[in-house]
Design a protein around this ligand. Structure first.
Ligand code: DAH
Length: 340
């Protein structure tokens, strides 16, 4: 029995060395002191089998082993609990000196930047801003603007029809008619918004894009006013040394009509790949409001005259931010958008 106690004591020491967690220590305690299967209570219960003359020695040895084991288990579990609490605290502590994670700031979309620029240049000149509706009738989008019934722009190839009566506007010129129907001259209005055409998506085209439109109607307005206004506008939008030229053109709602080119924003007019070595870039359409358009909205062309112009906002954004592909503007890739 003394041997057994010695063996149990040696085993206890090595098991103790191996128990490095509170859980392992609990298991060890159960193995030695558990009420039912514990080794120490089992040894005590066998004390009655020990011959009388050995009883004292065996009892003493057993008591010593028990006291020693109990004490050391207690001490070990206290120090393990301390260490584990310290570890937990280290794991869960928040280091308040670490730099915080900043929320990502939003950016204005390139189209919004250009639209706001355009709007502010015209509102400084006293123009009111009216985006107008995107869903339109044939009257506002075509008929009142003097499009003949067989004009190719009315073709279902170009226009998205929502029903027999309604369509998605193909340009912002609808705002001209809506404004002249609602207000008497003098009129100065500017409109920026989305327009829609049944086009394939390419590098330079998209079925949805943005236009800016302007209209001025007053007494004695002539083409010099148009040119001066657009020159001021384009110098503000691009640079003061941007050169401007007017080329005759055709639009059903203006007479005469013109297209305006600016000196290439990339080469300054010397000629490069982007401007096909011409030094010029087409930037907008314009003209004097057609007398029939004025009549269509009940304004007397003998008394009033006006000019109008329209241009693509996306195209200006592509020029200003040097974007070769219009899709970049609509893909909403944050890596791209966060640069503006
Ligand atoms: N609406 C024309 C287009 O979409 C652009 C335009 C040209 C607008 C001449 C005008 C204008 O107001 O006078 O191509």
């Amino acid at each position: 029995m003394l041997d057994e106690i010695q063996k149990a004591s040696a085993e206890f020491e090595s098991a103790l060395a191996a128990a490095t967690t509170s859980r392992a220590l609990d298991e060890l305690r159960l193995r030695y002191f558990g009420r039912k299967e514990g080794l120490v209570p089992a040894l005590f219960s066998r004390l009655k089998e020990v011959p009388k003359e050995q009883k004292k020695d065996v009892g003493d040895a057993l008591n010593r082993f028990r006291d020693h084991a109990e004490a050391i288990l207690k001490e070990r579990s206290a120090s393990l609990a301390n260490a584990e609490a310290a570890q937990k605290e280290a794991r869960e502590t928040i280091d308040v000196t670490l730099p915080g994670r900043l929320p990502r700031l939003g950016h204005l979309h390139p189209i919004t930047i250009v639209r706001r620029q355009m709007e502010s240049i015209f509102s400084e000149m006293g123009y009111s801003i009216d985006p107008g509706p995107e869903v339109e009738t044939d009257w506002y989008n075509f008929e009142a603007l003097n499009f003949t019934p067989d004009h190719p722009a009315r073709d279902t190839q170009d226009t998205f029809f929502l029903s027999e009566k309604l369509l998605l506007r193909t340009h912002t010129s609808n705002v001209q008619i809506r404004t002249m129907e609602s207000f008497r001259p003098p009129i100065k209005v500017m409109s920026c918004g989305r327009v829609f055409r049944r086009d394939e998506i390419t590098m330079r085209r998209s079925p949805m894009f943005h236009q800016a439109e302007g209209l001025l109607v007053d007494r004695g307005i002539h083409i010099g006013h148009l040119r001066g206004t657009l020159e001021h506008f384009l110098h503000r939008l691009f640079t003061p040394d941007t050169k401007i030229r007017m080329r005759p053109s055709f639009f059903p709602f203006t007479e005469p009509s013109a297209e305006i080119d600016i000196s290439c924003v990339f080469c300054g007019g010397k000629g490069c790949g982007t401007c096909s070595h011409t030094g010029w870039m087409e930037i907008l359409g314009c003209g004097m409001v057609h007398p029939q358009v004025l009549r269509n909205v009940g304004i007397d062309p003998e008394e009033w005259s006006g000019f109008a112009f329209g241009m693509g906002i996306d195209r200006v954004a592509m020029l200003k931010f040097d974007l070769p592909n219009i899709r970049t503007l609509f893909e909403n890739d944050l890596r791209v958008l966060s640069q503006f």
